[in-house]
Design a protein around this ligand. Structure first.
Ligand code: GLU
Length: 570
């Protein structure tokens, strides 16, 4: 649009009045923050842009995985920018939390804010509240071009317009004839600014919601939407930019090639494209990630910050989920062909996989916790006893201090405990998927917590009498009395088992499962029942790893002591 000379001059005057101290121009910024020409052709520059609200949503972790993969696959850059323009919502400590949580999952960025007090890179500052000068240069540019104007409307006036639009079923918003300050003369604007009247800055859109625009979302394909015609706020009364304006300025001057963000931003994309065009910048490639859903009865719903503990990344850390397992899971919901690839490449992991944008689903991704748990179990099953011990120590030191003190008392012993059915075996036990369950699973190895369980839950051995009426308390007592007399710690596993069978048979248990199944009424129970009596007397658990190894680890004194204790209590 050709501006008339007088109007053009007045726009410059207005821009100068609003930004008298801004000397730099957009061209200066272009030189200061040049294109990333040192990157190879096709390198993707992507960013995670958290707002410091004290909470990292599981969706952000999911996006972080996309950033990490896209950048690392193309030798590009993945950076972190803190979006703190909404200072009312700011929670202290958020940046520390966010960067540490990303690190925990191995999804830390290459550039930008890497820790609370650490920024790396030439495109900074990477914290929006420190970039005021840049936004002012860009806003001044728009005012000069007649593409931004001061808006003096009060919240009360805005509310009145909104009500009027609602009552008359008019598309809501600040646009066209409803954009009061858009339609005042430039002379009046200048006058009112000179008079010190309070204002914010709005974009002057030349779009119309009657027209359509289309753009390509790299994951969803071509998207057609109504053009933007809203004169959105670009600079607020506190001098900080809105998300819309900061996004355009920052992603341009940080030379982002791909903007991966939640689908809640999809409806605002026409605003952003409008702003990019007004600034004369090339828009990035957009990728809107689907919402994360969770099962609720028979239906699915959006993961809710209020209702679902799984909506916070911190939940997975506090509960002690192995990050590898969580990441494996994220990849299965990110790329539909991941599981197929994984089944053919069992010893590789998500970092070896080639992530493809066109294999991303646009429908909500279901956070299937049982599946996530299974993948975590698989990852823990790959760890040696030493590794499990190290991880449990690190986790409990932070989140379960009492348990940490207990397992660190005798590290050699703990190492053996966690190595059980893990080291030197083909048949690895897959019973743990998060570290917070370790204490309960292995409680019987540690006297202090074992005793506490007996006090709280009682002796579960008595439940055997409910399962089979032939197994009476008297039989349990006799079995234990007998077994205490014959138990020999020196036995090899075979000798131990032979002795178990021998004792069981004497008491009337059947030691051959086939025979037992054929005529169960002939016996008081099977060898399996007898083993259960021993197992429960020693561990107070129904299922455990191999009971022979457990008894060996506990040592004769403790084994006998526990059996005697059970005898005296039932
Ligand atoms: N700060 C925005 C948010 O937390 C980031 C959106 C984006 O990635 O552009 O939702």
């Amino acid at each position: 649009m050709e501006m008339d000379k007088d109007y053009e001059r007045k726009c410059y005057e207005l821009a100068y009045l609003i930004f008298p101290d801004v000397d730099e121009t957009v061209d200066d910024l272009e030189i200061k923050y040049p294109e990333r020409n040192t990157l190879k052709e096709g390198a993707i520059v992507t960013r995670i842009a958290p707002s410091p609200t004290g909470f990292m949503h599981t969706g952000s972790l999911y996006q972080a995985m996309v950033h990490k993969k896209l950048a690392s696959q193309t030798d590009g850059v993945y950076y972190l920018r803190v979006e703190d323009t909404d200072q009312k919502r700011e929670v202290a400590g958020s940046v520390k939390m966010f960067t540490e949580e990303l690190k925990h999952f191995g999804l830390e960025p290459d550039e930008g804010v890497l820790a609370e007090d650490k920024q790396v890179g030439f495109y900074g500052p990477y914290i929006q509240s420190k970039r005021k000068d840049i936004y002012r240069v860009c806003a001044k540019h728009l005012v000069e071009k007649g593409l931004a104007y001061p808006c003096f409307c009060t919240p009360e006036m805005m509310e009145k317009t909104r009500q009027m639009q609602e009552a008359n079923k008019i598309v809501p918003g600040y646009y066209g004839v409803y954009a009061k300050c858009r339609n005042i003369s430039i002379d009046e604007s200048i006058e009112r600014v000179k008079n010190g009247e309070k204002f914010i800055l709005r974009f002057r859109s030349n779009g119309s919601h009657m027209r359509k625009i289309s753009f390509v979302d790299a994951a969803r394909g071509k998207i057609e939407m109504a053009e933007n015609d809203q004169d959105v706020v670009i600079i607020k009364s506190d001098g900080l930019p809105t998300y819309h304006f900061a996004h355009v300025c920052d992603d341009h001057f940080m030379r982002t090639t791909h903007v991966v963000r939640g689908e809640e931003w999809l409806p605002s994309t026409p605003i952003h494209l409008d702003l990019f065009e007004a600034m004369g910048f090339k828009a990035p490639q957009y990728i809107h990630t689907p919402l994360i859903m969770i099962k609720d009865g028979n239906s699915k719903r959006k993961l809710s910050k209020r209702k679902d503990k799984e909506s916070a990344v911190s939940y997975f850390i506090k509960a002690g989920y192995p990050p590898e397992g969580v990441n494996e899971y994220l990849m299965t919901i990110l790329n539909s062909d991941y599981e197929m690839w994984k089944s053919k490449n069992k010893d590789k992991n998500y970092m070896d996989f080639e992530f493809k944008l066109n294999k991303m689903s646009s429908a909500g991704s279901l956070l299937d916790m049982p599946k996530l748990n299974d993948l975590c179990k698989e990852e823990i099953a790959k760890m040696s006893g030493d590794e499990v011990l190290d991880r449990v120590l690190a986790w409990s030191k932070e989140y379960s201090k009492d348990f940490y003190d207990i397992i660190s008392k005798d590290l050699d012993y703990s190492r053996k405990v966690f190595g059980l059915e893990r080291d030197n075996t083909q048949k690895i036990r897959k019973d743990i998927y998060k570290w917070e369950d370790v204490e309960d699973t292995f409680r019987y190895f540690f006297d202090d917590i074992y005793q506490k369980e007996l006090e709280d839950k009682g002796y579960i051995i008595t439940s055997l009498t409910e399962e089979k009426n032939t197994i009476t308390k008297d039989i349990i007592r006799k079995s234990l009395e007998e077994y205490i007399n014959v138990y020999n710690e020196e036995d090899t596993k075979d000798e131990w088992f032979a002795r178990m069978k021998d004792t069981a048979q004497k008491l009337g248990f059947c030691v051959n499962m086939k025979e037992y199944k054929a005529e169960p009424e002939k016996y008081i129970g099977s060898i399996a029942d007898f083993s259960s009596i021993v197992r429960m007397a020693v561990t107070n658990k129904k299922n455990t790893p191999d009971i022979y190894s457990i008894m060996q680890l506990l040592g004769k004194d403790k084994v006998i002591e526990r059996m005697k204790d059970t005898l005296s209590k039932i």
